[in-house]
Design a protein around this ligand. Structure first.
Ligand code: MG
Length: 351
């Protein structure tokens, strides 16, 4: 029998996080713990306000989940089909269930999740460090703080894009990933930006234009001298089918894909279609970050730094050392003593 517990949790950020579409200093989460017999798996829903889910909507959804019809903890496919049938959307809270189920399955079989998926071992992998939109002085400071990272991810899409890049380039030669978060509205201007960015040592451009501007995106893809990666435009598996009309690659995030089960399918389909695979995240605890690490062998680019810019990450899991995520080969998603963290989470929330 499965037993689901959950706790709303507010994840506080070290610095205000500013992108083309808004700013915030904390992120609402719903943390989950699912028990099967004597094994507990842990999961997480991260819900930045832009994406429509809230702690209230997540609790409303998870309250409807009834796993009493399921006896096999390895039937994650069947359980997730049922979870998906409860209501559309709600991808983050669905992911929180999927992640906990994978944690359980891994713990029962004594395998880290990547072994459950028959994926090759990745001992360590570089992640980019994201720097959000800010004044040139602050950007310089953040860039220097991230000097151990092999790649930086720079948020653009404001009126100051060139100033931002110049501030970074004043103090760093690190290769850059760019995320415009749909901030460029004119295709010719976007192309001009990309040509200029190529000269500045940029590797790829994430979501340059609004998702709805399909014709413009298709045009931009055909002309761009740098790969273009879809993030807001790529939510779930069905979006990968037509992704190559607009993008050279896709950004898979567990909060969008409803977790590892569908995230794995998205990565495999993307490979089949010769699309690049990026692994991304929101502001998250080490729970979701550790879970996503298990897809790393399928990724061309990894941006799993959401647990680094926060002040109250309750979990310990896959560690990031000198800009690299280090495999710990712990069965399940890779959390270290999560029971202790869970007790503290419950206490902190109740006080
Ligand atoms: Mg993005």
């Amino acid at each position: 029998m499965f037993k689901i517990s959950y706790q709303p949790y507010t994840l506080n950020m070290k610095y205000v996080f500013r992108i083309a579409r808004g700013a915030r200093s904390s992120t609402p989460l719903l943390l989950t713990a699912i028990q099967f017999e004597d094994i507990i798996g842990y999961g997480e829903a991260s819900m930045p306000p832009l994406y429509g889910e809230t702690q209230k909507s997540a609790i409303k959804f998870i309250s409807k989940v009834d796993l009493s019809g399921f006896k096999d903890p390895f039937d994650i496919e069947g359980i997730m089909l049922y979870i998906d049938s409860i209501a559309p959307g709600n991808t983050a809270v669905k992911a929180s269930i999927d992640i906990a189920l994978h944690d359980i399955a891994g713990k029962i079989s004594g395998k880290p999740c990547y072994r459950l998926f028959d994926l090759p071992e990745v001992k360590s992998i570089s992640t980019s460090k994201t720097i959000s939109i800010d004044t040139p002085e602050v950007i310089k400071e953040r860039t220097l703080e991230a000097k151990n990272f092999q790649f930086l991810k720079i948020k653009l899409g404001s009126d100051n894009d060139r100033k931002v890049i110049e501030a970074v380039r004043n103090v760093s030669n690190q290769p850059l990933y760019i995320d415009a978060n749909q901030g460029w509205k004119d295709k010719s201007q976007a192309l001009e930006n990309i040509y200029w960015l190529k000269e500045q040592g940029v590797v790829f451009i994430e979501q340059p234009m609004p998702v709805a501007m399909e014709d413009e995106m298709a045009w931009l893809k055909s002309k761009s001298p740098l790969p273009i990666v879809g993030d807001e435009g790529i939510q779930r598996l069905q979006d990968v089918e037509r992704a190559d009309n607009f993008y050279h690659g896709i950004n898979i995030k567990l909060v969008k894909s409803t977790g590892l089960n569908e995230g794995l399918k998205m990565a495999k389909l993307a490979k089949k279609k010769n699309l690049k695979v990026m692994l991304g995240c929101m502001s998250e605890t080490s729970c979701s970050i550790s879970a996503a690490f298990h897809l790393a062998s399928l990724a061309d680019w990894v941006d799993l730094d959401g647990n680094l810019g926060v002040t109250n990450n309750p979990y310990k899991g896959i560690k990031t050392i000198d800009g690299k995520l280090i495999n710990n080969d712990i069965p399940g998603i890779g959390l270290i003593n999560p029971e202790v963290a869970w007790e503290k989470i419950k206490k902190d929330v109740n006080n």
